[in-house]
Design a protein around this ligand. Sequence first.
Ligand code: SF4
Ligand SMILES: [Zn+2]
Ligand SMILES: [Zn+2]
Length: 463
Amino acid sequence: MIIDTHAHLDMDQYDTDREAVIQRARDEGVEYIVNIGCDVESSLRSMELAEQYDFIYATAGIHPHDVKTIGETTYAELRKLWAHPKVIAVGEIGLDYFKNYSPQDLQRTHFRKQVELARELGKPIIVHCRDANEDMAAILSEYYPKNEKARSGIFHCFSGDQKLADRALEMGFYISFSGSVTFNKSDELRAVAKTIPADRLFVETDCPFLAPMPKRGKRNEPAFVNFTTERIAEVRGLRVEDVQRTSELNFFELFGIGKNAPTGTVSYQIRNSLYLNLTTRCTDDCVFCTRLTRPVVQGYNLKLDREPTAQEVWESIDDPTKYEEVVFCGYGEPTLRLDVIKEVAKKIKDAGGRVRLNTNGHGNVINKRNILPELKGLIDEMSVSLNTDSSEAYDEICRPLPAFRNGIYDKIKEFIAEAKKYIPKVQATIVTQQQGVDESACEDIIKKEFGVDYRARRYNMVG
Ligand code: SF4
Ligand SMILES: [Zn+2]
Ligand SMILES: [Zn+2]
C-alpha cells in the first residue's frame, strides 16, 4: 500500500490543478494522504480536504515558523479542529533553528504547549525539527519517557543525525523520510535510513517541497512518493513492496487506519527470499526477541494459531525456483519441527530450489541426536545464532529454557563445527549492541575457531 504521510495540498501551489494532482496520486496507487496543517488557516483547509476526499486525512497544529502568529483564539480554534474525526494528529509542530522565522524561545514554548495538548488528547504528533536536535530530544524526553513504548508520532522529513534518530526511536517515535534522501549529497541521511527498524519507518513527499530525484527542482506531489520509496528500499536491500507493506502496518498501528497484518502467516516473501514459519516455540527467550509480544517481521505477523503441517507448508510455496532461496526461519526454533523441515526441504530440493535454515543451534540437544547427517543434501546453507562470546553472556542474553541451560553455548559451538561437515555453507551470527557482548571477540571465535562466515545484525533489525 502506498501512503504519503506528509503533504501540503492545501497550499496555493495547487490552486490551479489541485483535483488533477489528487487524481494522479490515485492513479499511481496512493491509498492514503495525510495533509498537514501549519497554522489555523491551513489546518482548516486540511480538514476540508479530508472531508472532501475519503482517502485524505488531516492534522492541525502550528508550525515553528508560524508560532509568532499565535493569538488569543488560536488554541480554542485548534481544539475544535482536533475534535474532528479525520484530524488524526497534532502537527506539524517543532523547532526550526535553521530559518528562525519565529524566536527560538517562543518556538520552545508553543512546541511544549502543543505536545502537552497532544498528550492530553491522546493524539500522535507530527514533528518538524531542523538544526535543533539537542533541544528537540530534551523537550520530548520530558513527555515521552524511554521504554514507555508509547507510539508517539512521526519525525517528519527527517534530517537529523544517527544520535537523534536513536533517541527518537527510544521514545517510541517513527521516522519519515522525504525526497531529500534521494539527493546525491545525502549519503549520511541514507546511512541513517538504513538503520531505522522496519516497524518505525515511513516515507513522505512533504509536497510541494523537496521533490525526489529524478523530479528534483519541480513542484512535488503525492504521486512522486514512490521515487523516495524506491531509494529507501534500495538502501535497505529490500523491494519497494517490502517498504510499502511495512508502512501500511505502521500506519495502521499509529493511526488505526487501513488494515492490520493478518496472523497465521506460513510463508512470506522479503526481498527475493521466501521464508517459512514452522513454529513460534523456542528453546531460548532472548532479551531482544519480540516473539511473544509482537511477532512481526517486515510487516508480516507471524503469530500462529496452530503449527502448519508439512503439507500445508509445502502448499504455501508456489514455486521454489522463483526465489533466490527458501528459508526456514520465523519467530521460533525450526528444528523443534525437524520432520517438517526434512520433508519440505526434500520437496524444495527436488523441485530445484535452494534451502537455508536459520537456527539457534540447539537442534542436536532438542532432538537428542546428531541431526546434521540427516540434513545433508537438504540444506544448502545454515545460519546459526551464536550471539555472544561466552557461555555466561549467552545464558544472560538468550535466556535458554531451564532444560537447555547447562553448557548450551558449548553445544552450539559443537553444532557449528559439526554443521561444516554436512552443510555446504555455514554462517554464525551475533546480534549487536547487547550489553556485555564483545563483538570483536565473537567475530574472532566465529572466524578463527570455526572458519565460517560471520554476520552481525543490529538488535532491532529483524528480517
Ligand atoms: S532464538 Fe530467535 S526465536 Fe528464539 S528467543 Fe531468540 S530471537 Fe527469539
Ligand atoms: Zn516540516
Ligand atoms: Zn510539512
